[in-house]
Design a binder for this molecule. Structure first.
Ligand SMILES: Cc1cc2nc3c(=O)[nH]c(=O)nc-3n(C[C@H](O)[C@H](O)[C@H](O)COP(=O)(O)OP(=O)(O)OC[C@H]3O[C@@H](n4cnc5c(N)ncnc54)[C@H](O)[C@@H]3O)c2cc1C
Ligand code: FES
Length: 256
């Protein structure tokens, strides 16, 4: 799939809380094909301490408006610089990067945690457009760590779990009653222990499962090898051969 380096204009900034914000970015022309689960590498402007682009999942795509939405957690220098940007500012993206989700299954479960909920919104939108209504299970330590949850409602059956019980079921997403429903495909993105638990469950039940890894990255195009995961077929670059992998390719990673 062809990659592009393009300036986008920030047309909307939404601040959920001190941890999370979203940026809606408008492309000057028609957007190319974008798969749910692909990501962008964002150039961080005006910050000489941040030389490398930062990988961020594509949270949503609006082809009529030529926009891409990013959901971002403020964790360090790069994401804090992005949080200080305004509507009208320009952001340079390399995109669309990596391989996305397969969008298989007629009764899929989507499990997301923290910033890992980001790629699941566009996935649920694409599934809904194919006539499939996914079950979407989102989790976090507390309510404010499940941002943008309202945006999922039109695209599936939404359920929430928080460790402190501030919204949804109290406990981990894997303890939510809907987790043990009958599904024919599972897609997950979020903290590594959560994804491993989801993948172990899926593999034990024989349910095909896709995990989206968020390893540290530098180049984003398979050149620096800093993002490799130890797959069952040897080292794989998460940026180029992922970030979405079939769980059965990662049995060593999942069971460690
Ligand atoms: C394919 C992919 C998709 C991603 N999608 C999103 C997304 O949609 N929204 C979002 O908020 N974040 C996402 N991330 C994580 C995001 O890239 C990092 O949080 C970001 O690069 C941190 O940059 P920084 O300069 O703010 O932090 P730094 O100053 O570089 O680091 C601050 C802290 O964040 C940690 N950190 C840095 N990168 C990561 C990472 N990849 N995962 C976990 N911790 C990290 C560092 O170890 C350090 O503790 C994604 C990562 C990948 C690889
Ligand atoms: S980030 Fe450079 S090879 Fe993946």
């Amino acid at each position: 799939m062809k990659k592009y380096i393009t300036d986008f204009t920030i047309i909307e900034k939404h601040i959920f809380n001190e941890n999370y914000f979203s940026l809606t970015l408008q492309h000057p022309q028609h957007l190319p094909e974008i798969e749910a689960g692909q990501f962008v590498e964002v150039y961080i402007p005006d910050n000489k301490e941040v030389l490398l682009r930062r990988p961020i999942s594509i949270h949503d795509v609006d082809r009529d408006a030529n926009t891409i939405k990013l959901l971002i957690q403020k964790v360090g220098k790069g994401t804090s610089t992005l949080a200080s940007m305004h509507e009208g500012d320009i952001l340079n993206l390399v995109y669309p990067l990596g391989h996305g989700f397969s969008q298989q299954g007629n009764n899929p479960l989507l499990v997301g945690g923290g910033a890992g909920i980001a790629p699941l919104l566009y996935l649920s939108k694409c599934l809904k457009a194919k006539g499939i209504t996914p079950t979407i299970l989102l989790g976090g330590r507390t309510e404010k760590l499940i941002p943008s949850r309202e945006e999922f409602k039109p695209f599936g059956t939404l359920a929430l779990a928080t460790e402190d019980g501030s919204i949804g079921e109290k406990g981990l997403v894997t303890q939510h009653p809907l987790f043990q429903g009958s599904y024919d495909h599972i897609y997950t993105c979020g903290p590594t222990p959560m994804m491993k638990a989801v993948a172990r469950y899926a593999m034990a039940k024989g349910i095909p499962c896709e995990v989206s890894l968020e390893n540290l990255m530098a180049c984003g195009i398979g050149a620096c090898l800093c993002c490799v995961v130890d797959s069952d077929q040897g080292h794989k670059c998460v940026c180029k051969e992922g970030p979405v992998f079939n769980a059965n390719q990662l049995t060593t990673w999942i069971n460690n």
